[in-house]
Design a protein around this ligand. Sequence first.
Ligand SMILES: *[C@@H]1O[C@H](CO)[C@@H](O)[C@H](O)[C@H]1NC(C)=O
Ligand SMILES: *[C@@H]1O[C@H](CO)[C@@H](O)[C@H](O)[C@H]1NC(C)=O
Length: 276
Amino acid sequence: MQFQFFNTVIACILASLQLSHNQQSRCTTYTMHKKFIGSLHDDRAKPLWEIEKESVGLAMHVCFAYCERDQRCVGIEICTIRPDLARCRGCCEWYVVDKDGGLPRTAIGGCKYFELSKNSVESRGTRLSTNSNLSAVASSTYIEHGILEVEYPASNVLDGIYGNDCKRVNVYSSVIEKNPWLEVAWSGTITIWRIIIYNRYECCGSRLVNLNVTYKNNGVTGICGFYPGLLSRDGDILLFYCPPEAHATSVKLQIHSKPGQINELNLCEVEIYKKS
Ligand SMILES: *[C@@H]1O[C@H](CO)[C@@H](O)[C@H](O)[C@H]1NC(C)=O
Ligand SMILES: *[C@@H]1O[C@H](CO)[C@@H](O)[C@H](O)[C@H]1NC(C)=O
């Protein structure tokens, strides 16, 4: 009896996975597509939550419902731990997309990653445009004294230039110091949905470590996420999904230097999205 019930749950979920997002699913309003076989890597993704159940079908069923209720959830990783134990994790507090567009993964055969369709994710928010009076300030600005003097100002993170187009002159750079930071502000209070950070492209991607992403509203600080960055690479795109209570007037990105160490904060671009 119990066995039959689980079979139905699996069949029902699998049936809904086959449907395109335009079609109505019979079992859930939520449709996910298999993206890859493998696991979210600890240093490239921070899951939102984790649930263990006695079968894959049950884990999927519970996680789908969780994901549907969580504005930050963009996908689900499902793993078979043992024949009688399955785990699912919601993605993500933050995750990193490689410059080739790939999601973080490692080849662990017992796991599969399902993602929500792009349209249903994108409909959750909109990017703040330049007429929101976006501005950026930083703890310091690196100035290169060569034949020409070249400055790498904070405003470079709002110039719309990122990816392959982001040359050395388009980068923001702090001096080498303890706990360098950059803050982006705008006019009015918004509910932040997500923050996208474009790492430097032509060099030095590994400098992006121990990054604390926080927001501020009337002097009160909240946390969107902390990125350790042990595998940071040139051209990485970091997506931070903020908690629902993230009402804010500014966002701060700060490297927390290890005791006795100093760091250089380098960024191509920062995009702020508000909830729709
Ligand atoms: C941006 O700043 C200008 C000048 O201070 C102001 O008139 C305008 O209302 C601001 N825009 C928004 C969206 O608040
Ligand atoms: C991030 O910043 C917040 C606010 O300043 C602080 O409470 C938190 O401990 C920081 N996180 C880390 C990992 O340093």
